[in-house]
Design a binder for this molecule. Structure first.
Ligand SMILES: Nc1ncnc2c1ncn2[C@@H]1O[C@H](COP(=O)(O)OP(=O)(O)OP(=O)(O)O)[C@@H](O)[C@H]1O
Ligand SMILES: [Mg+2]
Length: 302
């Protein structure tokens, strides 16, 4: 890491101490940094901010279910070659003209070590990470068509993100430096909001955070929508009343009929014909749980 700037976060990214240590350690050890964490906790944006923070170029490779490891190295464009052959183009005699470099190749050939983001690696086939072991280890690969070895001029800083949809193979995990981004605590969340919305009213923000963490702590609710990317703030504030009602239900330990209605929609794939009127938050303890069929079907009929 000689001569390399340390990553300390940026003016738009709040990096906790443990995250900074992990990033700098991975850079120093020249290991890919594998980042996991709940949706919206800043895994993808981290690579962008590292590049910005330490003054490097960023190359992003977004992985889909159909992505193959080979595509990151290179692809042979046989269709173009066939077309050029039919048109009598001279280029057709040199196969190198039809080798299309992938993102890894681009990163290996960069004049200065870039940051290479391999985003959402868990979306790909289970073999995908295994197929990149050698390349990420040795930072080189062989192009069979041209009989050429492509080696990294400078070892890129590799950031790999995963949403944990699939287990990653052990051999791959062994080669990575791992960091789990914990969901931000209240103080960190406050800092994150401050960097994005510096002019928010403090009182309003305090109230919103209290409701948010109340709901998050409430037992029995599925923690699905925790995205910090969240709702544009104006939208979030517009739904404040609804959130406050949910929190009231959560605190009272009762079932919130809105959630019950949501589950019916999820199950049937359509909304009820008539939207039920939402009752006021309950004042007495209820014994019925929000995930019981009884509650759901009662409101589905409403
Ligand atoms: N530590 C942070 N500092 C500043 N902003 C943050 C931070 N973490 C998350 N954010 C904000 O949350 C948004 C979502 O982040 P990002 O897309 O990187 O999440 P992710 O973990 O990759 O989510 P997913 O798992 O859905 O891909 C970012 O655009 C950024 O505005
Ligand atoms: Mg992401």
């Amino acid at each position: 890491m000689v001569g390399m700037r340390r990553f300390e976060g940026t003016d738009t990214y709040v990096a906790t101490q443990d995250l900074r240590v992990a990033v700098n350690a991975a850079i120093a050890l020249e290991r890919p940094l594998l980042v996991k964490g709940e949706p919206g906790t800043g895994k993808t944006i981290l690579a962008h901010e590292i590049a910005r923070g330490i003054g490097k170029d960023l190359i992003t490779w977004h992985i889909k279910s159909t992505t193959k490891a080979q595509q990151g190295l290179y692809e042979y464009d046989a269709v173009s070659r066939l077309r050029d052959g039919q048109l009598g183009d001279e280029r057709v005699h040199d196969i190198a003209n039809y080798i299309v470099p992938g993102k890894l190749w681009e990163a290996f050939e960069a004049a200065e070590a870039p940051v290479l983001l391999i985003d959402e690696i868990d979306k790909a086939d289970i073999e995908f990470p295994n197929d990149l072991l050698l390349e990420l280890d040795r930072m080189e690969f062989y192009v069979y068509e041209t009989r050429r070895t492509i080696s990294a001029r400078h070892r890129p800083i590799v950031i790999i993100t995963s949403n944990n949809e699939k287990e990653l193979p052990d051999a791959f995990l062994r080669r990575c430096f791992f960091h789990y981004i914990r969901f931000p605590d209240r103080a960190t969340m406050q800092q994150i909001i401050d960097v994005h919305f510096p002019n928010l009213k403090h009182e309003l923000l305090r109230e919103a955070l209290t409701i948010f963490y109340d709901i998050r702590e409430a037992p029995g609710l599925k923690k699905k929508t925790l995205n910090l990317r969240a709702p544009r703030l104006d939208q979030a504030l517009a739904s404040r009343r609804r959130v406050a009602r949910c929190a009231a239900y959560a605190r009272s330990g009762q079932a919130d009929p809105t959630f019950a209605r949501g589950s019916v929609e999820e199950r049937t794939g359509r909304s009820p014909v008539r939207a039920p009127r939402l009752p006021a938050p309950p004042r007495t303890r209820l014994t019925r749980r929000c995930d019981t069929g009884t509650t759901r079907s009662r409101h589905a009929r409403a």
